[in-house]
Design a protein around this ligand. Structure first.
Ligand code: PLP
Length: 456
């Protein structure tokens, strides 16, 4: 125990990684073998990281190797791993009350958190909040609420979208076929539209036309040919597509969606599960376009790693009655305590840090299209940055194998990154990183891309 806390202190002093064994080390190998034998084979494993402890943006594995974490546990630990103030709040709350169930009993923390979320949500109308435990639950609640409130059934989502893996949210997800294959009939009445992508327009148009055409597709094609807008309950959109490849949307696209919704009595649902909680330098990625969604779905970064999600809706929209929707564990007091501290830390320091360091990284990555023949696009906002890896810059042919090779090389050099979409490297570090850590990550990635380019 004493040894463990001494180790955590040492970790807190180091900002950059240090490898002390070949990867994976002996302890990691043992765990990986157990994982292979005992765990669901549905989990993806990109490289053999077996994390034991973390502090800030540094993670230590079971063999004492440390890594710089540019994944934040898939965009979750916004305030860094084990932020001392989050840990203290969690410990305090765990010693006082771990669970009572907010489905049936009142909770002070829940009310306080709902107030805080309202204060940072776009739009002036009062809000109500439903709490769940995961991103997919936030989306399920949004789907049910949209149907309940409008009395309509149909939903429009976008190609490339990822909204979760339970049957309702999976019906909206259109990111990778493997995520839907074998699971039978999903929710009926879900339609997918193209998602504006100025780098690689689904219609082959120039960037400025791309966004308007994709929004117009809904009016010109969907509404005319297969779905009456009067039957549509909601349009669900990620203001920056996450799993689809870290694709920020032109603001016009999002504003057009809002207009279409308002004109047809459709609810606009913004899925900010990955892009929200300050990651882009503002509370919500949609804030960059000035949109005011009717329902906002939040999870991942909300509680610095504790399971919590929120479905925030205009009060007049959240009009379902007692018993209509709930979850035993939603708004667990320990997670709520972590979220209250997380919001304060993001507001006081880290959201601005995400904006500043994000701009710094972006400025350094922007010339990469000229420097590397396999870098097709660099894009993002704040600390949500994607680097698209291509076989050919002219044809923009995706190079997923090369992207995976870069990801693995980065791991071997002490940098943790993940892919997004077919061929994009995602940079989603904790929002606490500084320029020195950014420089390290950029240096490693440069070396990895150069090395990977020799392989093709
Ligand atoms: N929505 C978005 C935009 C996501 O990125 C994710 C997860 O990656 C989800 C929903 C689902 O979240 P969870 O995995 O917590 O269910």
């Amino acid at each position: 125990m004493a040894q463990d806390s001494a180790r955590t202190k040492t970790l807190a002093q180091g900002k950059l990684p240090r490898l002390v064994t070949p990867l994976p080390g002996p302890n990691a190998k043992r765990v990986i073998e157990g994982d292979r034998q005992r765990l669901s084979p549905s989990y993806t494993r990109n490289y053999p990281l077996v994390a034991k402890r973390g502090f800030g943006a540094v993670v230590e594995d079971v063999d004492g190797n440390t890594f710089l974490d540019f994944t934040a546990g898939i965009a979750v630990v916004a305030t860094g791993h084990c932020h001392p103030e989050v840990v203290a709040a969690v410990q305090r709350q765990a010693a006082e009350l771990i669970h009572m169930s907010c489905t049936d009993f009142y909770s002070e923390g829940m009310v306080e958190l709902a107030e805080k979320l309202e204060s940072i949500s776009p739009g002036s109308e009062p809000k109500r909040v439903y709490f769940g435990n995961s991103g997919t639950e936030a989306i399920e609640a949004a789907i049910k609420l949209a149907r309940y409130h409008t009395g309509r059934e149909k939903i429009i989502a976008f190609y490339g979208a990822f909204h979760g893996r339970t049957m309702g949210s999976l019906s909206l997800t259109a990111s990778k076929a493997v995520q839907r294959t074998g699971f039978g009939t999903l929710l009926s009445g879900v339609f997918h539209a193209p998602y504006a992508n100025p780098y690689c327009c689904p219609y082959g148009h120039a960037p400025c036309e791309c966004c308007t055409d994709c929004a117009k597709f809904i009016e010109r094609e969907l509404f005319r040919t297969i779905v009456d807008p009067q039957e549509v309950a909601a349009i669900v959109v990620e203001p920056i597509q996450g799993e689809g490849g870290y694709l920020p949307r032109p603001p016009e696209f999002l504003r057009d969606l809002q207009r279409i919704c308002r004109e047809n009595g459709i609810l606009l649902i913004a899925d900010e599960v990955q892009s929200g909680m300050g990651r882009t330098g503002k509370w919500w990625a949609g804030d960059h376009a000035g949109i005011e969604p009717d329902i906002l779905c939040v999870a991942k970064g909300i509680a610095s790693g504790l399971p919590l999600s929120a479905t925030i809706a205009r009060s007049s929209v959240m009009n379902w009655g007692p018993g209509a929707h709930a979850s035993t564990f939603g708004a667990n007091p320990v997670a709520v305590a972590a979220a209250l501290v997380t919001i304060r830390l993001l507001r006081d320091q880290y959201m601005e840090n995400a904006r500043r360091v994000g701009e710094y990284i972006f400025a350094r990555l922007s010339p990469w299209r000229e420097r590397f023949r396999t870098v097709g696009d660099v894009r993002g906002k704040g600390l949500m940055i994607g680097i698209e890896i291509v076989a050919d810059q002219k044809t923009k042919e995706p190079a997923p194998g090369l992207r995976d090779a870069i990801e693995n090389l980065a791991f071997s050099k002490g940098l943790l990154v993940l892919g997004a979409g077919a061929n994009t490297i995602r940079l989603a570090p904790p929002l606490v990183i500084d320029e020195e850590q950014a420089d390290f990550a950029i240096g490693v990635l440069e070396a990895c891309i150069r090395e990977a380019e020799t392989l093709v």
